[in-house]
Design a protein around this ligand. Structure first.
Ligand SMILES: Cc1cc2nc3c(=O)[nH]c(=O)nc-3n(C[C@H](O)[C@H](O)[C@H](O)COP(=O)(O)OP(=O)(O)OC[C@H]3O[C@@H](n4cnc5c(N)ncnc54)[C@H](O)[C@@H]3O)c2cc1C
Length: 395
């Protein structure tokens, strides 16, 4: 039996940040970080952007720390290792190599995986789902070999990957059930502007098409839609959403359809067990209610907060404005605030879409809820973030 003061399950952004948070306040506690991937913890953000567009981009550049850092910090990093069992009552975990770990405190940071659509043919060859470094490497190589790709979906990852691949020699088509790109978040005019920009860059768009299935014997040949259309495709990236990795806590109170519930200190109802990153369902101290955020900044900050709180030497309430930065062609785009509360938002434009420099504020009544900025300086992004906080946090 291995004994550890802290066990961190999942070696992604949240997991490595938990370790950093612990080490800020506890230099000696025994820490184990377990991840089922082959790579030292890295950021996924470049995988749908520069990693695909830049042939010289080195995947090593996305790692948070060199291997020596984990040794220096005395963090027992176990790569290629799955936590197969997690016993909440006894504070025991079983690793895929058969070892058992007894821990004092643990943080679950198991993240998400790509959603597979419920249609025929999703396991055919040359259909790629993008989450890991391995997926991104395969996508980049296959796109170079095939010379063309169909991207299915129109969320962040689909749209970013379509843009990045288009800047290479690859022919890119994009198929989505939506009438415009990012229309789930943006107002109709901004989404239409973005959609036209993709056309201008030579991306073939198949809009308002519902996926019906993938065809091929062993390898993808066609993509069928519910409208009865059949599009030839030898390679597809399917990016239609993500689902949480919560199997480890299935049938426990730490699993809910909306995520793992935590309090404002990121601790679950089970004392000593925390959750951070894509899986954490946390009280939203800015917009109210509870929220789950599957963005990088949230995973990073929650990891740091959870790690610090786990040591018992610091007790910080998690307080965070949702934000996401994207890159498409020559655009840097910032999303701030609450796009998804269901109620209609009133857009107010400042600047010019044609000149690719603008900010849209989204209001409900006269209250600022969210903002979208295109090629605007960092100080303006920060000022709008402050405005959003000020509009919602009293005192
Ligand atoms: C291609 C791509 C691009 C993105 N770009 C952006 C961006 O530009 N901006 C942004 O804000 N967000 C972006 N995101 C989202 C962001 O990367 C995630 O929100 C973030 O990675 C979440 O971190 P996490 O640590 O919670 O989960 P993950 O990064 O998913 O890490 C969890 C890790 O735990 C492992 N794991 C799961 N179960 C077990 C187990 N039982 N045992 C051991 N290991 C386990 C998983 O395999 C994984 O390695 C992007 C995501 C992707 C996929």
């Amino acid at each position: 039996m291995i004994e550890r003061d802290y066990l961190v399950v999942g070696a992604g952004t949240a997991g490595v940040s938990v370790c950093e948070g612990i080490r800020q306040y506890d230099k000696r506690g025994k820490v184990m970080l377990v991840g089922n991937e082959n790579y030292s913890p890295y950021s996924r953000t470049a995988l749908s952007k520069r990693f695909l567009s830049d042939k010289d981009f080195s995947p090593e550049g996305t790692a948070y720390h060199p291997a020596e850092w984990f040794q220096e910090q005395k963090i027992d990093l176990r790569l290629n290792t799955v936590v197969t069992q997690f016993n909440i009552d006894r504070h025991l975990a079983v690793l895929s190599n058969g070892q058992t770990v007894e821990f004092k405190k643990a943080c679950l940071a198991t993240g998400s995986r790509p959603l597979r659509p419920q249609v025929a043919g999703t396991n055919l060859g040359n259909i790629i789902y993008l989450r890991s470094m391995g997926d991104a490497k395969a996508l980049k190589e296959m796109a170079a070999i095939e010379g063309s790709i169909m991207v299915v979906g129109s969320g962040f990852i689909a749209v970013e990957a379509a843009a990045a691949l288009r800047t290479t020699r690859c022919k890119v088509s994009l198929l989505t059930r939506d009438a415009a790109l990012w229309s789930q978040m943006l107002d109709a005019e901004t989404a239409t502007w973005l959609t036209n920009l993709f056309r201008h860059h030579g991306v073939t768009l198949h809009l308002q098409e519902n996926l019906n299935g993938f065809e091929g014997k062993t390898v993808l040949r066609n993509i069928q839609t519910k409208n009865g259309n059949r599009y030839p495709a030898s390679l597809a990236l399917v990016a239609v959403g993500a689902e949480m990795n919560l199997e480890l806590v299935r049938n426990t109170p730490l699993n809910s359809p909306k995520g793992t519930p935590v309090n404002e200190f990121l601790e679950t109802d089970e004392k000593g067990i925390y959750a951070a990153g894509d899986i954490a369902l946390y009280p939203d101290r800015i917009f109210g209610g509870v929220r789950r955020t599957d963005h990088w900044d949230n995973a990073r900050q929650q990891g740091l907060f959870a790690g610090a709180n786990m040591t018992g030497k610091k007790r910080q309430r998690y307080d965070h404005l949702p934000q996401y930065t994207s890159e498409l062609f020559d655009l840097t785009l910032d999303f701030l605030g609450n796009f998804g509360n269901g109620a209609p938002l009133q857009p107010v434009l400042d600047g010019s879409r044609e000149k690719k420099s603008f900010a849209v504020r989204y209001l409900q009544g006269d209250k600022l809820q969210a903002a979208f900025l295109c090629n605007r300086p960092a100080d303006e992004v920060a000022a709008l973030a402050d405005d959003l906080r000020a509009a919602h946090v009293k005192g």
